[in-house]
Design a protein around this ligand. Structure first.
Ligand SMILES: NC(=O)c1ccc[n+]([C@@H]2O[C@H](COP(=O)([O-])OP(=O)(O)OC[C@H]3O[C@@H](n4cnc5c(N)ncnc54)[C@H](OP(=O)(O)O)[C@@H]3O)[C@@H](O)[C@H]2O)c1
Length: 260
């Protein structure tokens, strides 16, 4: 495990799931973590639980759907951090045309706009310092179309955005990674109202294993991180199938007809 004394990481979505797992993993690596989310008490509990060897973490309440929330996080990033993890994100259930327009816009605000703005805010100081890294949490569904509409499209945006930026940063000392997990046991599906109780256990991963794999891949300089051997095999095989068959397979996994 690489230690990162005196380094600061900002994690969005730090209140639960994958973001919370990153907080724990980064604290163990010696980072001081800035935890971003909407519920101060929950963030503080996670910050306290991750406290090691006298490093105290910082809590920042911000709603990334709002302009003010994104501005506040960007202002903190412009002060300089060593690592940014964009883990905040949400899915929606219901057929696309039935979902309230404001919910769809809010989803894009968090999954796309916030990621774009925070990445931009973090990059300037990182490039000036000649070091730093950004992990953008996408999804396996960002690599294979066919599951949900706006959610899958927002996750594909995160893949293209991150992989598009990475070459522009070559030689600057700054690394980009897009993390594409499959199904992870978090609050994500319950919050979205997606019932996955019938999903086979074999597809599920734990958030701590996802965060661990991402950080190991970052150490190895990998721009694309896909946790779980089964998902890496699936990703390797899907492009070899005709596009419509790949989409059909992806639609079949995980109750996708009721997602947006
Ligand atoms: N779970 C999966 O199967 C899975 C698979 C692939 C990709 N992902 C991606 O992984 C990321 C993390 O999701 P998760 O699985 O860990 O789900 P989760 O447990 O529901 O966590 C989502 C996080 O996003 C934050 N968030 C949502 N809306 C926000 C807003 N308006 N402002 C600020 N923060 C907001 C939540 O913070 P609050 O406490 O403030 O609500 C929470 O910390 C997401 O980008 C998701 O798309 C998840």
């Amino acid at each position: 495990m690489q230690r990162s004394e005196n380094r600061v990481a900002l994690v969005t979505g730090a209140s639960s799931g994958i973001g919370a797992a990153f907080v724990k993993a980064l604290a163990l690596r010696g980072y001081r973590v800035v935890l971003v989310g909407r519920e101060r008490e929950r963030l503080q509990r996670n910050a306290d639980a991750a406290q090691h060897v006298g490093i105290s973490h910082e809590v920042m309440e911000a709603d990334l759907i709002t302009r003010a929330g994104r501005d506040a996080v960007c202002a903190r990033l412009e002060e300089g951090v060593d690592l940014l993890v964009n883990a905040a994100g949400l899915g929606l259930s219901g057929a696309f045309w039935t979902v309230p327009r404001t919910d769809l816009i809010g989803q894009l605000d968090v999954n796309v706009t916030a990621m774009m703005e925070t990445t931009r805010a973090a990059l300037g100081p990182m490039v000036d310092a000649g070091r730093g890294a950004i992990i953008n949490v996408s999804s396996i569904t960002g690599l294979v179309p066919g599951r949900g509409a706006t959610y899958a499209a927002s996750k594909a945006w995160a893949v293209f955005f991150t992989e598009g930026l990475a070459p522009a940063l070559e030689g600057t000392g700054v690394q980009m990674q897009v993390l594409c997990p499959g199904f992870v046991r978090t609050e994500f599906h319950a919050r979205a109202g997606i019932d996955l109780t019938s999903m086979s256990n074999r597809w599920w991963m734990e958030a701590r294993d996802v965060a661990h794999r991402s950080l190991v891949d970052l150490d190895r300089g990998r721009t694309l991180s896909i946790p779980g051997l089964g998902y890496r095999i699936l990703y390797g095989l899907l492009p070899k199938l005709p596009r419509h068959l790949g989409q059909k397979l992806n639609r079949t996994i995980g109750n996708s007809s009721v997602r947006s």
